[in-house]
Design a protein. Structure first.
Lengths: 165, 164
Protein backbone atom coordinates (compact mmCIF):
# COMPACT_ATOMS: atom_id res chain seq x y z
CA UNK A 1 0.00 0.00 0.00
CA UNK A 2 1.32 3.46 -0.92
CA UNK A 3 1.90 5.70 2.19
CA UNK A 4 -0.29 8.78 2.44
CA UNK A 5 0.95 12.19 1.30
CA UNK A 6 1.12 13.48 4.90
CA UNK A 7 2.99 10.41 6.10
CA UNK A 8 5.52 10.84 3.30
CA UNK A 9 5.89 14.53 4.23
CA UNK A 10 6.42 13.84 7.93
CA UNK A 11 8.49 10.67 7.54
CA UNK A 12 10.31 11.05 4.22
CA UNK A 13 12.53 8.40 2.78
CA UNK A 14 16.10 9.43 3.45
CA UNK A 15 17.20 9.04 -0.14
CA UNK A 16 19.18 11.17 -2.59
CA UNK A 17 16.12 13.08 -3.76
CA UNK A 18 15.24 14.03 -0.18
CA UNK A 19 18.83 15.20 0.49
CA UNK A 20 18.72 17.37 -2.64
CA UNK A 21 15.39 18.91 -1.63
CA UNK A 22 16.72 19.55 1.87
CA UNK A 23 19.87 21.27 0.56
CA UNK A 24 17.73 23.38 -1.80
CA UNK A 25 15.33 24.45 0.96
CA UNK A 26 18.20 25.37 3.30
CA UNK A 27 20.00 27.32 0.55
CA UNK A 28 16.86 29.22 -0.47
CA UNK A 29 15.98 29.97 3.16
CA UNK A 30 19.53 31.21 3.83
CA UNK A 31 19.42 33.57 0.84
CA UNK A 32 15.88 34.80 1.56
CA UNK A 33 16.43 35.44 5.28
CA UNK A 34 19.84 37.09 4.93
CA UNK A 35 19.38 39.07 1.72
CA UNK A 36 15.69 39.62 1.04
CA UNK A 37 13.64 39.44 4.22
CA UNK A 38 15.90 40.08 7.19
CA UNK A 39 14.23 39.12 10.48
CA UNK A 40 14.79 41.48 13.40
CA UNK A 41 13.65 42.08 16.96
CA UNK A 42 12.84 45.63 17.99
CA UNK A 43 14.83 46.75 21.02
CA UNK A 44 13.98 50.24 22.18
CA UNK A 45 10.98 52.49 22.42
CA UNK A 46 11.77 55.16 19.84
CA UNK A 47 9.09 53.90 17.41
CA UNK A 48 6.33 53.34 19.96
CA UNK A 49 3.38 53.08 19.73
CA UNK A 50 3.67 52.02 16.07
CA UNK A 51 6.31 49.38 16.79
CA UNK A 52 6.56 48.03 20.32
CA UNK A 53 9.74 47.28 22.22
CA UNK A 54 10.34 43.52 21.89
CA UNK A 55 8.28 43.22 18.71
CA UNK A 56 9.31 41.11 15.74
CA UNK A 57 9.35 42.08 12.10
CA UNK A 58 11.18 41.67 8.81
CA UNK A 59 13.21 44.18 6.86
CA UNK A 60 11.98 43.93 3.27
CA UNK A 61 15.01 44.76 1.15
CA UNK A 62 13.10 44.85 -2.10
CA UNK A 63 11.06 47.82 -0.90
CA UNK A 64 13.22 50.42 -2.65
CA UNK A 65 14.50 48.44 -5.61
CA UNK A 66 12.10 50.15 -7.99
CA UNK A 67 10.78 52.97 -5.83
CA UNK A 68 12.20 55.93 -4.01
CA UNK A 69 11.66 56.42 -0.27
CA UNK A 70 8.69 58.64 0.54
CA UNK A 71 7.67 60.76 3.50
CA UNK A 72 5.92 58.61 6.09
CA UNK A 73 7.78 55.40 5.19
CA UNK A 74 9.24 53.41 8.09
CA UNK A 75 12.72 52.28 7.14
CA UNK A 76 15.58 50.23 8.55
CA UNK A 77 18.86 52.13 8.61
CA UNK A 78 22.14 50.29 8.89
CA UNK A 79 25.25 51.16 10.84
CA UNK A 80 28.47 49.32 9.88
CA UNK A 81 26.48 46.25 8.89
CA UNK A 82 23.04 44.73 9.14
CA UNK A 83 23.23 43.20 12.61
CA UNK A 84 22.26 46.47 14.28
CA UNK A 85 19.81 48.74 12.52
CA UNK A 86 17.70 51.75 13.41
CA UNK A 87 13.99 51.76 12.75
CA UNK A 88 12.81 55.28 11.90
CA UNK A 89 10.15 57.14 9.96
CA UNK A 90 11.08 59.37 7.03
CA UNK A 91 9.68 62.87 7.51
CA UNK A 92 11.73 64.80 4.98
CA UNK A 93 13.30 64.16 1.60
CA UNK A 94 16.32 65.77 -0.03
CA UNK A 95 15.74 69.49 -0.47
CA UNK A 96 12.95 69.63 2.15
CA UNK A 97 13.11 71.91 5.16
CA UNK A 98 12.23 70.09 8.38
CA UNK A 99 11.20 71.85 11.58
CA UNK A 100 9.41 71.12 14.87
CA UNK A 101 7.29 73.79 16.56
CA UNK A 102 5.88 72.84 19.99
CA UNK A 103 5.83 69.20 18.94
CA UNK A 104 4.24 69.79 15.56
CA UNK A 105 6.17 68.72 12.47
CA UNK A 106 6.52 71.25 9.68
CA UNK A 107 7.95 70.29 6.32
CA UNK A 108 8.63 73.13 3.91
CA UNK A 109 6.83 75.44 6.36
CA UNK A 110 3.64 73.34 6.11
CA UNK A 111 2.19 71.50 9.11
CA UNK A 112 2.23 67.73 8.63
CA UNK A 113 -0.58 65.71 10.18
CA UNK A 114 0.81 62.58 11.81
CA UNK A 115 -2.12 60.31 12.73
CA UNK A 116 0.23 57.53 13.89
CA UNK A 117 1.39 59.62 16.87
CA UNK A 118 -0.27 59.09 20.25
CA UNK A 119 1.97 60.93 22.67
CA UNK A 120 2.09 64.69 23.20
CA UNK A 121 5.35 66.38 22.31
CA UNK A 122 6.99 69.70 23.09
CA UNK A 123 9.82 69.42 20.62
CA UNK A 124 11.24 72.57 19.11
CA UNK A 125 13.80 72.25 16.37
CA UNK A 126 14.96 75.08 14.15
CA UNK A 127 14.40 74.57 10.42
CA UNK A 128 17.08 72.62 8.60
CA UNK A 129 17.40 71.68 4.96
CA UNK A 130 17.87 68.03 4.01
CA UNK A 131 21.01 67.64 1.89
CA UNK A 132 21.02 65.93 -1.52
CA UNK A 133 21.20 62.13 -1.28
CA UNK A 134 19.82 62.16 2.25
CA UNK A 135 16.46 61.79 4.03
CA UNK A 136 15.39 63.10 7.42
CA UNK A 137 14.22 60.43 9.86
CA UNK A 138 12.54 60.61 13.27
CA UNK A 139 11.05 58.10 15.70
CA UNK A 140 7.32 58.00 16.42
CA UNK A 141 7.82 58.24 20.19
CA UNK A 142 7.94 61.99 20.65
CA UNK A 143 7.35 61.86 24.42
CA UNK A 144 11.09 61.36 24.99
CA UNK A 145 13.09 64.59 25.26
CA UNK A 146 14.42 65.83 21.94
CA UNK A 147 18.06 65.51 23.01
CA UNK A 148 17.59 61.81 23.78
CA UNK A 149 15.98 60.93 20.47
CA UNK A 150 18.18 59.56 17.68
CA UNK A 151 17.01 61.56 14.69
CA UNK A 152 18.41 63.49 11.80
CA UNK A 153 19.38 63.29 8.19
CA UNK A 154 20.95 60.13 6.96
CA UNK A 155 22.43 59.03 3.67
CA UNK A 156 19.79 57.32 1.56
CA UNK A 157 22.36 54.61 0.81
CA UNK A 158 22.12 53.54 4.45
CA UNK A 159 18.47 52.56 4.06
CA UNK A 160 18.44 48.77 3.99
CA UNK A 161 14.72 48.45 3.27
CA UNK A 162 11.25 48.93 4.65
CA UNK A 163 9.43 46.99 7.33
CA UNK A 164 7.20 44.15 6.16
CA UNK A 165 4.18 45.14 8.28
CA UNK B 1 59.01 13.12 -11.93
CA UNK B 2 57.88 10.23 -9.82
CA UNK B 3 54.95 10.04 -7.44
CA UNK B 4 57.13 10.60 -4.39
CA UNK B 5 58.45 13.93 -5.72
CA UNK B 6 54.94 15.14 -6.49
CA UNK B 7 53.83 14.19 -3.00
CA UNK B 8 56.72 16.12 -1.41
CA UNK B 9 55.99 19.18 -3.63
CA UNK B 10 52.31 19.10 -2.65
CA UNK B 11 53.25 18.76 1.03
CA UNK B 12 55.65 21.75 0.81
CA UNK B 13 53.03 23.86 -0.98
CA UNK B 14 50.48 22.87 1.65
CA UNK B 15 52.79 23.79 4.54
CA UNK B 16 53.67 27.11 2.86
CA UNK B 17 49.98 27.86 2.32
CA UNK B 18 49.06 27.03 5.90
CA UNK B 19 52.02 29.08 7.20
CA UNK B 20 51.01 32.06 5.06
CA UNK B 21 47.41 31.78 6.20
CA UNK B 22 48.51 31.37 9.82
CA UNK B 23 50.77 34.41 9.59
CA UNK B 24 48.05 36.53 7.97
CA UNK B 25 45.29 35.24 10.23
CA UNK B 26 47.59 35.73 13.23
CA UNK B 27 47.33 39.50 12.93
CA UNK B 28 43.59 39.35 12.36
CA UNK B 29 43.22 37.03 15.33
CA UNK B 30 45.30 39.36 17.50
CA UNK B 31 43.18 42.36 16.46
CA UNK B 32 39.94 40.51 17.15
CA UNK B 33 41.32 39.50 20.54
CA UNK B 34 41.92 43.18 21.34
CA UNK B 35 38.36 43.99 20.23
CA UNK B 36 37.05 41.27 22.52
CA UNK B 37 38.78 42.99 25.42
CA UNK B 38 36.62 46.07 24.73
CA UNK B 39 33.42 44.03 25.19
CA UNK B 40 34.76 42.37 28.32
CA UNK B 41 36.37 45.35 30.03
CA UNK B 42 33.85 48.03 29.07
CA UNK B 43 30.88 46.03 30.35
CA UNK B 44 29.93 46.48 33.98
CA UNK B 45 27.78 44.38 36.28
CA UNK B 46 25.59 45.90 38.96
CA UNK B 47 27.44 46.58 42.24
CA UNK B 48 30.81 46.11 40.60
CA UNK B 49 33.61 46.34 43.19
CA UNK B 50 35.59 49.61 42.70
CA UNK B 51 38.89 47.75 42.39
CA UNK B 52 37.51 45.64 39.56
CA UNK B 53 36.34 48.83 37.87
CA UNK B 54 39.86 50.27 38.06
CA UNK B 55 41.40 47.07 36.72
CA UNK B 56 38.99 47.06 33.78
CA UNK B 57 39.66 50.75 33.06
CA UNK B 58 43.40 49.98 33.01
CA UNK B 59 42.81 47.02 30.67
CA UNK B 60 40.78 49.23 28.35
CA UNK B 61 43.28 52.09 28.38
CA UNK B 62 46.05 49.61 27.54
CA UNK B 63 44.33 49.03 24.19
CA UNK B 64 45.07 52.60 23.10
CA UNK B 65 48.29 53.99 21.72
CA UNK B 66 49.95 56.78 23.63
CA UNK B 67 48.74 59.21 22.34
CA UNK B 68 45.51 58.35 20.50
CA UNK B 69 43.40 60.64 18.33
CA UNK B 70 39.69 60.62 19.15
CA UNK B 71 37.06 62.12 16.85
CA UNK B 72 33.36 62.35 17.64
CA UNK B 73 31.69 63.61 14.48
CA UNK B 74 28.31 64.36 16.09
CA UNK B 75 29.93 66.60 18.69
CA UNK B 76 32.35 68.15 16.14
CA UNK B 77 35.10 67.11 18.53
CA UNK B 78 38.60 66.05 17.69
CA UNK B 79 41.42 65.67 20.16
CA UNK B 80 44.57 63.78 20.94
CA UNK B 81 44.75 62.11 24.32
CA UNK B 82 47.44 60.36 26.32
CA UNK B 83 46.77 56.89 27.68
CA UNK B 84 46.47 58.32 31.18
CA UNK B 85 43.83 60.83 30.04
CA UNK B 86 41.94 58.04 28.29
CA UNK B 87 42.03 55.89 31.42
CA UNK B 88 40.69 58.76 33.54
CA UNK B 89 37.88 59.35 31.04
CA UNK B 90 37.04 55.63 31.00
CA UNK B 91 36.79 55.58 34.81
CA UNK B 92 34.40 58.56 34.68
CA UNK B 93 32.22 57.09 31.93
CA UNK B 94 32.02 53.66 33.60
CA UNK B 95 31.14 55.31 36.91
CA UNK B 96 28.16 57.03 35.26
CA UNK B 97 26.59 53.62 34.60
CA UNK B 98 25.08 51.41 37.28
CA UNK B 99 25.26 48.52 34.84
CA UNK B 100 26.19 48.33 31.18
CA UNK B 101 26.67 45.68 28.51
CA UNK B 102 28.94 46.64 25.62
CA UNK B 103 28.94 44.56 22.45
CA UNK B 104 30.59 44.94 19.06
CA UNK B 105 28.80 43.95 15.87
CA UNK B 106 29.57 43.76 12.15
CA UNK B 107 33.24 44.31 12.89
CA UNK B 108 35.28 44.29 9.72
CA UNK B 109 39.06 44.53 9.49
CA UNK B 110 39.27 46.50 6.27
CA UNK B 111 43.04 46.51 5.88
CA UNK B 112 46.15 45.05 7.47
CA UNK B 113 49.46 46.22 6.03
CA UNK B 114 52.82 47.49 7.25
CA UNK B 115 51.92 46.87 10.89
CA UNK B 116 48.81 49.07 10.63
CA UNK B 117 45.17 48.12 10.33
CA UNK B 118 41.81 49.77 9.72
CA UNK B 119 38.76 48.49 11.58
CA UNK B 120 35.10 49.43 11.22
CA UNK B 121 32.11 48.23 13.22
CA UNK B 122 29.13 49.03 15.38
CA UNK B 123 29.36 49.38 19.13
CA UNK B 124 26.25 48.89 21.21
CA UNK B 125 25.59 49.89 24.80
CA UNK B 126 22.68 48.67 26.87
CA UNK B 127 22.42 49.43 30.54
CA UNK B 128 21.23 51.60 33.35
CA UNK B 129 22.52 54.99 34.40
CA UNK B 130 20.89 56.36 37.52
CA UNK B 131 17.72 54.31 37.25
CA UNK B 132 17.10 55.15 33.60
CA UNK B 133 17.61 52.49 30.96
CA UNK B 134 20.07 53.49 28.30
CA UNK B 135 20.43 51.95 24.85
CA UNK B 136 22.70 53.35 22.21
CA UNK B 137 24.49 52.19 19.09
CA UNK B 138 27.25 53.98 17.24
CA UNK B 139 29.28 53.20 14.17
CA UNK B 140 33.01 53.57 14.56
CA UNK B 141 36.15 53.34 12.51
CA UNK B 142 39.56 52.92 14.00
CA UNK B 143 43.18 52.91 12.97
CA UNK B 144 45.39 50.41 14.74
CA UNK B 145 49.15 49.96 14.79
CA UNK B 146 51.33 47.08 15.92
CA UNK B 147 53.50 48.63 18.62
CA UNK B 148 55.90 46.42 20.58
CA UNK B 149 54.02 43.36 19.33
CA UNK B 150 50.60 44.62 20.43
CA UNK B 151 47.82 45.96 18.24
CA UNK B 152 46.81 49.34 19.69
CA UNK B 153 44.25 51.94 18.67
CA UNK B 154 45.98 55.04 17.33
CA UNK B 155 42.85 56.82 16.08
CA UNK B 156 39.18 56.24 16.79
CA UNK B 157 36.30 58.01 15.04
CA UNK B 158 32.69 57.79 16.16
CA UNK B 159 30.78 58.22 12.91
CA UNK B 160 27.71 60.41 12.76
CA UNK B 161 25.04 58.29 11.07
CA UNK B 162 22.16 60.64 11.87
CA UNK B 163 23.04 64.29 11.50
CA UNK B 164 20.59 66.37 13.44
Amino acid sequence: MKPSRWRRFLYPDLNRSFALRLVLVVAVAAVVFTQVLIPFRIQGKSMEPTYRDGGFNFCWRGRYLFAEPERGDVVAIRFAGQRIMLLKRIVGLAGDTVEFRNGALFVNDTWVKEPHLRSPSDWNLAPRRVEPGKVYVVGDNRIVPLDRQSMGQVEQARIVGGVLW
Amino acid sequence: MNGKTILVAVAIALVAGVAAWWWWAGDERAIRKQLAVIEEAASKVENEPPVEGLVKATQLAALFGDPCRLTVEAARHEGTYTRKQIQERIVLVRASFAQVAVTLHDTVIERIENKTAAVRGTIRLRGKATGDSIADAQEFKAEMAKIDGKWLFTAVTVIEVLER
